[in-house]
Write a protein that binds this ligand. Structure first.
Ligand code: CP3
Length: 338
């Protein structure tokens, strides 16, 4: 049996858009929360049978068309020697980066991820593809300065980027180098698609992102494509900057909810497909309001067969997963007029 998700990425038109969600394998699922009673996030990520189990939870619990590897983007800064802890308030580094940091890449830090991928491949249904990922160079760089989980600002990183441009670029080049090796090995281990999460591309100007960071993001995406998998780029809040993205960089772009699908479609190169962009806050509304939102997508969905349904950003933990399941069913059963 083929996969509607991979077919769509490869330019084949189907009767409906494929559907999956960013952060689908997390705290919205009662099955995940039950596991979290016995294990920490880190334990779930490091043990291949647990990581594989969590990766596949949303296939059964939500009915989505693809699985995304259960891991985190902060594994890459960890490979540069930063000691990572996931606290209840969010991630922090015990030795956050500063102007004197001496960073060296330890490639063995990724080994457990490759084992996890192989375990998922062994256990997943044949028609469900596995998405691998890493963070974009800017997003990962921003977190590397976070030494206190209570301070959620990226001011230290942004100030460093403004004052120490050369050193900042050196760090992001190292992240890129580590990410490339990481991505190549994810593909070798069996992922079917690769997504680059550049969640904070909007924190600097579009021009700065385009001039300094986009060449690095592109390098990672192209290495993934050359290794043999289709690629999705998620530059959140890049807004008008979407006009700079073309098929020479990636196959699909995941867009956030600050821009409409139609506007994103007009800005993007016509050869690049679109993923997105439901506002997760819509899940706080009643079912009939959620259905009105879904109906409003039929027009876009009928005209655009190169579209993957997803969120504009990940779920908040308090979203009712039964509503998410309802949305998946609705998308699968609607008449998309294709
Ligand atoms: O389900 C999935 O999407 C797959 C796994 C995944 C996680 N993180 C698991 C996770 C993915 C793709 C990520 C990406 C990620 N991680 C990003 C980029 C995308 C985004 O949402 O912006 C970023 C910025 C991170 C860094 C990170 N990891 C933060 C800021 C936090 C704490 C806040 C939060 O949402 O919990 C994490 C922890 C994290 N990563 C959890 C999960 C399931 C929560 C861990 C728990 O169960 O307590």
């Amino acid at each position: 049996m083929g996969s509607i998700f991979i077919d769509t990425l490869n330019g084949k038109s189907s009767s409906r858009p494929p559907v999956w969600f960013m952060r689908q394998a997390g705290r919205i699922l009662p099955s995940y929360r039950a596991l979290k009673k016995n294990y920490t996030f880190n334990q779930l990520m490091r043990d291949k049978s647990l990581a594989s189990k969590v990766t596949l939870l949303p296939i059964n619990d939500l009915g989505v068309d693809a699985a995304i590897l259960f891991s985190d983007i902060l594994i890459v800064p960890e490979s540069l020697g930063l000691e990572l802890e996931f606290t209840n308030l969010g991630p922090k580094f015990h030795n956050p980066v500063n102007e004197n940091s001496n960073l060296v890449i330890d490639y063995t830090n990724f080994d457990h991820v490759y084992d996890n991928i192989k375990e998922v491949i062994k256990n997943k249904p044949k028609d469900i593809p596995l998405i691998g990922f890493c963070g974009g160079p800017l997003t990962t760089f921003l977190f590397m300065f976070r030494g206190n989980e209570k301070n959620k600002s990226f001011d230290a990183a942004i100030n460093f980027f403004r004052k120490e441009k050369k050193k900042s670029m050196k760090i992001m080049e190292m992240l890129t180098e580590a990410s490339i090796e990481y991505v190549k090995n994810q593909v070798k281990s069996g992922i079917d698609c690769f997504q680059l999460f550049e969640t904070y591309s909007g924190i600097i100007s579009n021009e700065d992102y385009k001039n300094f960071i986009l060449p690095l993001s592109t390098k990672i995406l192209l290495e993934a494509r050359e290794s043999g998998v289709p690629t999705i780029f998620f530059p959140k809040n890049f807004n008008e900057g979407l006009k700079y993205i073309n098929k020479e960089m990636c196959d699909y772009v995941s867009v956030d909810y600050d821009i409409s699908l139609d506007n994103a479609r007009n800005l993007l190169d016509s050869e690049v497909g679109i993923q997105g962009n439901m506002d997760p806050k819509i899940f706080y509304q009643e079912i009939d309001e959620i259905e009105n939102y879904l109906k409003s997508l039929i027009d876009f969905g009928s005209k655009n067969t190169d579209w993957i349904f997803n969120l504009g950003h990940g779920f908040r933990p308090d979203i009712d997963h039964t509503k998410v399941k309802y949305v998946v069913e609705w998308i699968k059963n609607a008449n998309w007029k294709r």
